[in-house]
Design a protein around this ligand. Structure first.
Ligand SMILES: NC(=O)c1ccc[n+]([C@@H]2O[C@H](COP(=O)([O-])OP(=O)(O)OC[C@H]3O[C@@H](n4cnc5c(N)ncnc54)[C@H](O)[C@@H]3O)[C@@H](O)[C@H]2O)c1
Length: 316
């Protein structure tokens, strides 16, 4: 039986937790950790190996180089410098740093002969995902980002607290930019197909604007106390990795390439997609209202502007 092999590039808060999530859930048989800081990588490899005896799965976890990517099935890309977000909580502050790193890392990934699936987490997620996709030249759908997956999880958590209904029984999405323009379309909300009116709310009036605001604020509540977010995003990356490696055809919101859907093309944005062994197998177009479509357009414009800035940096 072929071993399932993953690589994590960028073993900071997110990368290390992603490795732990992949290990504890037995999603892969082998993990290679790659970071520009070898001392840190060695420490994470040691710590993860120290946990193995207590865990239900046998996973081979090693320090690696880009040459190890040749036979790797899946890369979780989580390069960054989270300190850059401390100033004013805007993911855009990592654009310059992460674009510069990508110039070097993407060339090395490409030269390794990697031909698997790459899930990008690095911010600004929609921009870095598009640049990785362009640079690597892999088949369409093989590169995608976590996009608004974690933001959607925060939204579902707020809705669950408000209604008392389990998160998994609620259909709702955060869409667009994994950034300050993201929005939650009210028209999509359902409880396994049932409207809100059929649910007996457990707490107070239902204010959609406040719910959307609370969901967006969730990330910054986490960040403001520990200056990173790690469990939620690592669990998200691992869930997507599982969907790919087990060919689940799972519907999740991710940063996906748009080719006319939502009236947009030539960019990656947060939309629901079917995830399987081919990465993104289908982008799902939700029936948004006119006002929601305008908010999607605003996200697309922001992503496009940032992509332009990043491309200029990349060409220098
Ligand atoms: N998409 C999301 O929902 C989401 C959620 C949380 C974090 N993030 C993003 O994920 C990224 C990582 O976050 P973090 O908290 O782990 O940051 P971090 O600063 O703790 O870790 C980043 C790691 O990347 C490594 N690195 C930097 N340049 C590199 C290079 N050229 N090659 C290899 N490794 C390199 C650093 O040495 C460090 O270990 C950031 O961009 C962050 O904003 C995204």
């Amino acid at each position: 039986m072929k071993a399932r092999k993953a690589a994590i590039i960028g073993v900071g808060h997110v990368g290390a937790h992603a490795a732990f999530a992949l290990t504890t859930q037995g999603i892969v048989d082998e993990i290679v950790l790659i970071d520009k800081d070898p001392k840190k990588t060695r420490s994470e490899v040691q710590d993860l190996n120290d946990a193995l005896l207590m865990l239900p799965y046998s996973v081979k976890i090693t320090e690696g180089t880009y040459e190890d990517l040749k036979d790797t099935d899946l890369i979780v890309y989580s390069v960054g410098d989270i300190e850059l977000l401390r100033a004013d909580h805007d993911r855009i502050h990592e654009l310059s740093f992460n674009t510069k790193q990508l110039k070097e890392t993407a060339a090395k990934i490409k030269n390794s002969g990697f031909d698997g699936i790459l899930i990008n987490i690095s911010n600004p997620c929609d921009v870095i995902t598009a640049l990785l996709d362009e640079t690597l030249g892999l088949p369409k759908g093989h590169v995608f980002g976590t996009g608004t997956a974690l933001d959607t999880s925060r939204l579902l958590s707020v809705l669950s607290k408000k209604t008392g209904i389990d998160e998994r029984s609620i259909t709702a999405y955060m869409l667009g930019e994994h950034g300050n323009e993201q929005f939650a379309p009210r028209s999509i909300l359902s409880f396994k197909g049932a409207p809100l009116s059929s649910i007996e709310s457990t707490a107070g009036p239902f204010d959609w604007t406040a719910i959307e605001k609370d969901a967006i604020a969730g990330g910054w509540i986490t960040f403001s106390g520990k200056y990173c977010t790690e469990y939620g995003i690592a669990a998200t990356g691992a869930r997507l990795a599982r969907a790919v490696l087990r060919n689940e055809h799972l519907i999740m919101p991710v940063s996906a390439p748009l080719t006319g859907q939502y009236g947009q093309s030539g960019l990656f944005a947060g939309v629901p997609a079917v995830i399987g062994s081919g990465g993104i197998e289908q982008v799902i177009e939700l029936p948004l209202t006119e006002t929601e479509r305008e908010r999607f357009d605003a996200c697309a414009q922001t992503i496009r502007n940032n992509l332009q800035t990043a491309r200029e940096l990349l060409s220098k």
